[in-house]
Write a protein that binds this ligand. Structure first.
Ligand code: HEC
Ligand code: HEC
Length: 162
């Protein structure tokens, strides 16, 4: 692109921006695209919905597939995790589990990337929330048709039996 083309492009962008401002003034109620957050107008800034409430599970949640990091069944609001403190490990570390009654972090959490088992939690497993997430009562904005592999296998068995 030579200097002249850059200049025309910049000029075109300025004209476009001014045009959008004029459109906004003329049609303040133009409906916005119905994205994940529905309703509202093109030029309106909606306030964010309130934070969803965390869910405390009764008992264990089934994992969707064997390698899934189990979801966190309890609230973790205000739990501090940084270089000095790890609130999760105050209950889930091997030595704490007798007192806390929490399940111990599994053996994979002690392995470094060469699968050497260390004495304590491996650095790559230190920040628990990279993999484990709590659940809330929020309604999912997009549907989900995930089927458990056990159900798929059962369906296939039934089909081949027919
Ligand atoms: C006060 C103690 C305590 C703290 C702190 C705590 N947990 Fe827990 N956690 C438990 C107990 C007890 C359970 C067993 C289920 C239950 O009773 O809710 C559990 C269950 C879990 C499970 C489910 C395990 C499974 O097999 O289904 C995960 C995952 C988990 N916690 C992750 C975390 C993470 C991540 C943090 C930090 C953000 C954390 N926990 C902090 C006590 C604790
Ligand atoms: C890199 C991802 C990752 C990180 C980081 C991680 N986990 Fe896990 N966690 C997993 C996976 C995957 C599983 C299930 C398979 C397994 O045990 O490795 C699991 C399993 C667990 C379980 C269930 C153990 C059992 O025997 O049923 C607990 C409790 C748990 N993690 C707690 C924690 C805590 C506390 C931390 C932070 C100190 C943490 N995890 C960090 C991926 C992770």
């Amino acid at each position: 692109m030579n200097g002249r083309q850059v200049f025309s492009l910049a000029a075109a962008l300025i004209v476009l921006a001014c045009g959008l401002v004029t459109v906004a003034e003329q049609f303040p109620d133009a409906p916005g695209p119905d994205g994940i957050r529905k309703g509202g107008t093109l030029f309106e800034e909606q306030s964010a919905p309130p934070l969803a409430d965390p869910v405390n599970a009764q008992g264990k949640r089934v994992r969707a597939y064997p390698e899934q990091p189990p979801t966190i069944p309890h609230t973790i609001r205000d739990y501090q995790i940084d270089k000095n403190v790890n609130r999760c490990l105050e209950c889930h570390n091997r030595i704490q589990t007798g007192v806390s009654g929490a399940p111990m972090i599994s053996i994979t959490h002690f392995m470094d990337r060469d699968f050497q088992v260390l004495a304590d939690v491996a650095p790559r497993r230190y920040f628990c929330l990279q993999c484990h997430v709590p659940q809330t009562n929020a309604q999912p904005p997009v549907g989900n048709s995930f089927k458990d592999v056990d159900i798929l296998l059962r369906n296939r068995k039934q089909q081949s039996a027919q």
